[in-house]
Write a protein of this length. Structure first.
Length: 115
């Protein structure tokens, strides 16, 4: 059972920044494209960003383009999400997983953006 541990969330004012981390217990981490997802209260979990196995290709949902940057370090089985210019609508619990949601979900990390 792969374990995913997200961290780095918190309370921030609009316009602020946070950097999320996701540590995976999977030794073949580098074999998988990874992604970040988020779920706001009362809403479905949604895709935020994706990164290819090597890290050379990234994809973002339109609402975060230019503000969020996904990256990964395959040497330590970790992916990151740098979030800048945060908006209240970014408030959600953020989760990591493979891009096709192959693994079980971690506990997520709460991001709250105040206006």
């Amino acid at each position: 059972q792969v374990q995913l541990v997200e961290s780095g969330g918190g309370l921030v004012q609009a316009g602020g920044s946070l950097r999320l981390s996701c540590a995976a217990s999977e030794r073949t981490f580098s074999s998988y494209a990874m992604a970040w997802f988020r779920q706001a209260p009362g809403k479905e979990r949604e895709f935020v960003a994706r990164i290819s196995r090597s890290g050379g290709t990234t994809t973002y949902r339109d609402s975060v383009k230019g503000r969020f940057t996904i990256s990964r370090d395959n040497a330590i089985n970790t992916e990151y999400l740098q979030m800048n210019s945060l908006k209240p609508e970014d408030t959600a619990v953020y989760y990591c997983n493979t891009d096709n949601r192959r693994w079980g979900w971690g506990q997520g990390t709460q991001v709250t953006v105040s206006s």
